[in-house]
Design a protein around this ligand. Sequence first.
Ligand SMILES: [Zn+2]
Ligand SMILES: [Zn+2]
Length: 316
Amino acid sequence: MSASQIPYVPLAWWRRLSLPSFGLAALTAGVLWVAVAGLLGQGRLEAVLSAGRAELAAPLLVALVVATGICERIWPAERRPVLARGHVQDACFLALHAIVVIPLMTLLSFGAAALIGGHARWIELRPAEHWPGWLLLPLTIVAMDGANWLAHYADHRLGALWRFHALHHSQEELSVLTSFRAHPLMHTTGFLLATIPVVALMPARPMAPVLITVYVCIGTLQHANLRWTFGPAGRVLVSPAYHRLHHAPDIQNVNLGVVLTIWDVLAGRARFPARGDAVGRTGLNGRPVPVEQDGAAAPALLLLAEQLAEPFRAQS
Ligand SMILES: [Zn+2]
Ligand SMILES: [Zn+2]
């Protein structure tokens, strides 16, 4: 029988799906279940969700996004129209972030703390109970940033996690709004890992919400369409120019830092930009994720659905 005579047998439906992606979805659902059941039991679900909104959609963050957007118009790294396709698509992700991702992050944070605090109390560092707040709070934030670096490193090293992270890297027109271009399931590993230092160092003390907001603000600025290197501070804090190098199509395994560069320096993965450097291209070679810059791309909301569904498809 020649190749042309072999009958066409359609692939079983489940072989067209990426099972590890469903595994991550199931893990996320499990953490959410723990959070919702625990909070409903305590009658605190609404209070915790509104506290999460206050931290993650704080007026300070909204003001920062608006101010950065104005700076991008005045001093753009790459000049492009306000309604460039990349900006419009990332604005859709901002809406998804406000409606879905902020409550999801809040519940992930609570669920991870309940799971890790409930099953791994041995990680609590008892002497830390007596440390003053001025030492403990910055130390916890730095340790959380280290955990976020590790989660980001895993996103790049593990194929199952990369499928979700690739959407963030697919943006070819970086702007401050790209901070919100993330698959909702990309956050699970980060929250699980970042909860470990909180449980270890501050099991009984609340984290100051303003610190979380400031941390999120610095993490948001890094995608700005600006050439800013932050000068000497850019050796320690992730600047837009530093993070842009992480979004280059060919060198994504450098500059993985979320807020601090120290983890990249320690891992030998820091590449510091110089002030006059040319502005490099961003995006993914070969466009493995559907992108709005493709001439045949669907309208924004339909494309958003395609981009969110992409990790669940088996790769051919
Ligand atoms: Zn990355
Ligand atoms: Zn990024």
